[in-house]
Design a protein around this ligand. Structure first.
Ligand code: ATP
Ligand code: MG
Ligand code: FE
Length: 332
């Protein structure tokens, strides 16, 4: 089974070819990061325009890199949502046009299902499993009993982890996207500042990061008022420590609660070096089998969409040419 994946939900224009949902044949990613950096965040209209400009050549390149012709494909998978509506529409329109022209089945994919299936490109997913999804717009614990079967165990009640990274980075005058910047700066500092951890109710698998963000705002504000010097690297390291501690602990709790052996890390924040290190360490200690996507597969890419789409396709979950972008598409 050869599936072409297309992803345009935010600021990456990407197309990929995946074989049997597991083997990466090509993965072309064109990031718009440089374009949005000077605005300090993604500008939706600019993102849509860039997707339009690049989508055709990116799809062509994905096919070329994989040495695959349109007629070799089994299906076309595309991110249907969630994401920026104008950005999603470009990928959906391109996928529909190609599916119609080549008479191929079309499969709409949930972006977060895609992030989870990035792990399948590393190692076959083993069910049942728990996935810790940490990205720019999501922070959730998801239970999967089998392919295509998702159940939500917990979610953020306010900011997503990646969103918190990006907002705190802004407070520290770091550039966009802030996650990698904080990751880098943390290595020059020590987590010596006491910042809150939002554990919520004793058995809750939900998350909250807005209190942590406020604590950083107050810390910086008070230091400025008192004329104290504050080491940004220490703030970054302390913030990161708080985030990573809560994510790791709740992921392990979810694994225990569900009585599973497998944990999957997914989403852009899984590129975080401290989170990878800490989770790996905890899972070794607890005898949990952990799969972490490679760096390229952590952030937005079409290979993960092709992988997730393959299993929907094999399950007969294809879509008609009336498929529409859904900015608030739900996973469950
Ligand atoms: P969603 O997947 O929820 O729709 P998104 O697609 O915008 O949101 P991703 O591309 O999956 O998000 O991830 C981007 C997020 O990951 C950003 O918030 C970014 O700061 C964060 N991120 C990337 N690398 C790192 C890192 N090394 N450490 C921490 N955060 C990181
Ligand atoms: Mg992005
Ligand atoms: Fe994403």
């Amino acid at each position: 089974t050869l599936v072409l994946g297309i992803e345009t939900s935010c600021d990456e224009t990407s197309a990929a070819v995946v074989e049997n949902g597991a083997i990466l044949r090509s993965n072309v990613i064109s990031s718009q990061m440089e374009v949005h950096r000077r605005f300090g965040g993604v500008v939706p209209e600019v993102a849509s325009r860039r997707h339009v400009e690049r989508i055709t050549e990116i799809i062509q390149q994905a096919l070329n890199d994989a040495h695959v012709k349109q007629e070799d494909l089994s299906a076309i998978a595309v991110t249907q949502g969630p994401g920026l509506v104008g950005a999603l529409l470009i990928g959906v329109a391109a996928a529909k046009a190609m599916a119609f022209a080549a008479n191929l089945p079309l499969v709409g994919v949930h972006h977060i299902a895609g992030h989870i299936y990035a792990a399948h490109l590393m190692q076959p997913l083993q069910f049942p499993l728990v996935a810790l999804v940490v990205s720019g717009g999501h922070t959730e614990l998801v239970y999967m009993s089998d392919h295509n079967r998702f159940e939500r165990l917990g979610r953020t009640r306010d900011d997503a982890a990646g969103e918190a990274y990006d907002k705190v980075a802004r407070l520290l005058d770091l550039s966009y996207p802030g996650g990698p910047e904080i990751d880098r700066l943390s290595k020059e500092g020590k987590p010596i500042i006491d910042l809150p951890r939002a554990w919520l109710e004793p058995d809750s698998l939900d998350f909250s990061f807005s209190g942590l963000k406020s604590a950083v705002i107050n810390l910086l504000h008070n230091a400025k008022q008192r004329g104290e010097v504050i080491h940004r690297a220490d703030v970054a390291a302390s913030f990161q420590e708080s985030v990573v501690e809560v994510l790791t602990e709740k992921a392990v709790r979810a694994v225990r609660k569900q009585g599973v052996k497998h944990l999957v890390l997914a989403g852009g924040v899984s590129a975080n070096s401290r989170l990878r290190q800490e989770l790996l360490h905890r899972c070794q200690k607890e005898n949990i089998h952990l799969t972490i996507p490679s760096m390229e597969l952590c952030t937005d890419n079409a290979a993960m969409i092709a992988a997730a789409g393959t299993f929907r396709y094999l399950d007969g979950q294809t879509d008609g040419l009336d498929l529409n972008a859904k900015p608030d598409l739900s996973l469950i």
